[in-house]
Ligand binder design. Structure first.
Ligand SMILES: C[S@@+](CC[C@H](N)C(=O)[O-])C[C@H]1O[C@@H](n2cnc3c(N)ncnc32)[C@H](O)[C@@H]1O
Length: 242
């Protein structure tokens, strides 16, 4: 999927009650994860896409409040423009996460929520992880989430030859489960500190049934169950550059 395709996704995005609920659910789940995994003072922070800021509140207000400096990138110029319209204070730049326009050791924290799971092959995921490692200072933290292929619904959806827009309104690519993500992070030099599974209510159920947000969030208790990697739609890793 090229940056033009992502431009089209944002251009044709329709805000409905279902999509707004899903975005609020996703934002809150990610904020809770970051609250748990990041220090109060995060220093210089990079976020690897601004899709969530282009279509909803996103994570930027939360991250900017904890950062001394906050920069976000996205490969899609229209997504960057839409994110800036919603968040005029946002320092958002057009860039490819596989070739970041930053010097080595420029950031203390990198947050990458479902950016790297849209490449045709795992080589793309690994190239991006190498870049995240390069731009972090020694001791810096990366939080990475990817579509979780251990979840049977996600695996089925990703295996379909075509995907109805109601399932997911954009291309999904190669991804890694908890073990694969841990191994890929370690192969580029990270030390993996924690793995988790998040968003335990299937997107389609949230969209179709539109339960109150608090019920969706209550389902996140499944994160503590031994079955978490079967129910979570995303696998999440906290990894440190030694
Ligand atoms: C599914 S959306 C991200 C979802 C969102 N972060 C969330 O948490 O729900 C994928 C985003 O990654 C961006 N993207 C795709 N390929 C990219 C690349 N190579 N470098 C940077 N951004 C990229 C797209 O433009 C899009 O905004």
């Amino acid at each position: 999927m090229t940056s033009h395709d992502w431009d089209a996704v944002v251009r044709t995005w329709r805000e409905t009650r279902g999509s707004s609920l899903l975005r609020a659910y996703s934002d809150e789940v990610n904020r809770r994860l970051l609250r748990r995994w990041l220090p109060q003072d995060c220093g210089r922070v990079l976020k690897t896409d601004v899709f969530d800021e282009a279509v909803a509140e996103g994570l930027s207000p939360f991250l900017a409040a904890r950062a001394q400096a906050f920069v976000a990138i996205d490969a899609s110029p229209e997504t960057v423009a839409a994110a800036r319209r919603r968040h005029p204070e946002l320092d958002a730049r057009v860039a490819d996460v596989r070739a970041l326009p930053f010097e080595a050791a420029s950031f203390d924290v990198v947050v990458s929520t479902s950016t790297l799971d849209h490449f045709p092959s795992r080589a793309g995921v690994e190239a991006a992880l190498r870049e995240l490692h390069r731009v972090l200072v020694p001791g810096g933290l990366a939080v990475v989430t990817l579509d979780n292929p251990r979840n049977p619904l996600v695996a089925l959806r990703n295996a379909l030859p075509f995907r109805p827009l109601v399932l997911v309104p954009y291309y999904v690519g190669a991804t890694l489960g908890p073990r694969g993500l841990g191994a890929a992070l370690e192969s580029v030099g990270f030390a993996v500190e924690e793995l988790a599974a998040v968003m335990h209510v299937p997107r389609i159920a949230a969209r179709a049934l539109r339960p109150p947000l608090r019920l969706l969030l209550a389902a996140e208790r499944l994160e503590r169950w031994p079955t978490r990697f079967l129910t979570g739609q995303f696998v999440a890793a906290r990894a440190r550059r030694p």
